[in-house]
Ligand binder design. Structure first.
Ligand code: FES
Length: 212
């Protein structure tokens, strides 16, 4: 990867990008899932691979490379990369804190989660923390509403959060730990807090469903 000075938007300009042999093999696997001539259907998968190879963000050079790989007009790739919040268009911290603030999460306290992220990382959403570890972004519903409010950190969901548990998560990441994913309260997946209230035994007399 070659990098030159920042452009006016403070996004480093990367002048070339290409998949490593390992990532190219993964891209070819994705492309092979579609009929001949329909390789553009693999654009999201290829952009995701490019982002993973490139420290979690997509420079324009990577989008152009994917366009060439899939025989697409670059503008078609830019349209996809700029539409989906899963694609980061500028450098981000090692841990991407994607905070859901859609209505169910908001009603259940996503404002407190956002506040905790700001205070624990020391930077506003969209910025990289001084230690290079964190970037917070606000996103729309990620399909875990029953465990609201929640954060996706890189590829992992953390649910049933409040201000204190969010700060604990961030502190653990700062220490280099791997926090337990899923609910951060006493419940198993999406079962009631404190344990099941119905169907407490499995037919046949088996033990009650276990908590997480
Ligand atoms: S509203 Fe937050 S996960 Fe659905």
């Amino acid at each position: 990867m070659a990098m030159i000075t920042a452009d006016p938007t403070d996004v480093p300009v990367v002048v070339d990008f290409q998949f490593t042999p390992e990532y190219l093999a993964l891209a070819r696997e994705q492309i092979a899932q579609y009929p001949a001539g329909r390789q553009a259907s693999a654009v999201i998968a290829c952009l995701d691979l490019a982002q993973r190879q490139h420290d979690g963000w997509l420079p324009r050079a990577a989008m152009d490379y994917v366009a060439g790989l899939l025989d697409m007009a670059p503008i078609r790739v830019y349209e996809v990369a700029t539409f989906y919040t899963m694609f980061q268009l500028k450098p981000r911290g090692k841990h991407l804190l994607q905070v859901c603030t859609t209505t169910p999460c908001w009603l259940r306290g996503s404002d407190a989660v956002m506040k905790a992220c700001r205070e624990a990382t020391g930077v506003a959403p969209g910025q990289v923390s001084a230690d290079g570890l964190f970037t917070t972004v606000e996103v729309e519903c990620m399909g875990a509403c029953v465990n609201a409010p929640m954060i996706q950190i890189n590829d992992t969901y953390f649910e049933d959060l409040d201000e204190a548990s969010t700060k604990r998560l961030i502190a653990a990441l700062k220490r280099g730990e791997t926090p337990k994913p899923g609910p951060q309260v006493d419940r198993h997946t999406s079962a009631p807090e404190g344990g099941p209230t119905t169907l407490t035994t499995i037919p046949g007399g088996a033990a009650p469903l276990a908590k997480s």
